[in-house]
Design a protein around this ligand. Structure first.
Ligand code: C2E
Ligand code: CA
Ligand code: CA
Ligand code: CA
Length: 278
């Protein structure tokens, strides 16, 4: 048993070393100059549950690493956070979103509202947030066409100054969504402290909703809570027609997921807007 224990330990150690090495490699690449050409933003459309009309889209960051193909944002964003690179990357995402949205806006393509994600680490930096929000505010697109998504726990770490700054943009029309709603532990405090405009039901609830009545109850309670507070409720991770119908019957406002569309390039999203116009 001892032998076994040691070999398990050895295995574990080499796994760890691999992880650390990979982390260091990715961090090095992330910090390098070529990275700008390898990052891009995809958009995943959101639709009204009831009318199935396009209402907007969520911007999702992608890294096309030359050898490792596509690396999940969950992996490289965590590295960027640890290495102090997330402010730069987050600002780049905001610039990208603003530039795409301006193009669509100038071409009179109705994209509804474009949302993008902010890392908790970004919310901790007042200067970073100032720069980012300024960027969004200076765009020729109305603030009401943008929405920021933050997770429930992210605001916990933000300073009162940063929250006040965020609030001032929200009061001028920018949307603020609580992402992965229901998976954190401080949901209700967040709702009380921030002027939130939207709840995003986490995909884990949508996934099990048709199998487990308790999950359906959570979805239904979230919709009721959101509506009681005057908020829009969107469900993510919708993968089947049945899920979409169930969400509609539970009163959920909007939906996003592979069943409707996978995240797509800015060009594809633009063609979708073109089609809609005709
Ligand atoms: P998220 O904000 O919860 O984004 C939703 C994730 O669910 C996306 O994964 C999306 O591609 C995926 N998804 C959408 N529809 C479906 C579906 O029907 N089924 C399933 N199984 N998945 C679906 P993605 O793009 O890999 O992003 C993962 C996470 O990385 C995001 O989760 C978000 O937390 C983070 N992220 C992505 N882009 C950014 C960014 O620009 N900045 C920051 N800070 N985080 C980002
Ligand atoms: Ca999100
Ligand atoms: Ca989410
Ligand atoms: Ca998530």
């Amino acid at each position: 048993a001892k032998e076994n224990g040691r070999s398990c330990y050895a295995f574990y150690q080499s796994e760890m070393t691999d992880l650390v090495k990979r982390d260091a490699e990715l961090a090095h690449l992330l910090g390098s100059a070529q990275i700008r050409q390898q990052l891009y933003v995809e958009y995943q459309p959101q639709y009204s549950c009831r009318t199935r009309a396009l209402e907007g889209g969520e911007a999702l960051l992608r890294w096309r690493h030359p050898e490792q193909k596509i690396i999940s944002p969950q992996v490289f964003i965590a590295i960027a956070e640890k290495r102090g690179m997330i402010d730069d990357i987050g600002l780049w995402v905001a610039q990208q979103v603003c530039s795409d949205a301006s193009r669509w806006f100038s071409n009179q393509l109705e994209f509804g509202r474009i949302s993008f994600n902010l890392s908790p680490v970004q919310l901790r930096s007042e200067e970073g947030m100032k720069a980012l929000l300024q960027q969004v505010g200076e765009s020729k697109v109305p603030l009401s066409c943008f929405e920021i998504e933050i997770t429930e726990s992210a605001y916990m770490d933000a300073s009162p100054q940063t929250l006040a700054l965020l609030d001032s943009y929200v009061s001028e029309g920018m949307g603020l969504a609580i992402d992965d709603f229901g998976t954190g532990y401080s949901s209700l405090v967040a709702l009380r402290k921030l002027s939130v405009s939207r709840l995003k039901i986490d995909q884990s609830f949508v996934k099990d909703m048709l199998l487990d009545p308790n999950e359906a109850l959570i979805v239904s309670a979230t919709v009721s809570l959101g509506h009681a507070l005057g908020l829009n409720v969107v469900a993510e991770g919708v993968e089947t027609e049945e899920q979409l119908e169930k969400l509609c019957s539970l009163g959920c406002d909007s939906a996003q997921g592979y069943y409707l569309n996978r995240p797509m390039s800015a060009e594809c999203f633009e063609s979708l807007l073109q089609q809609k116009k005709q």
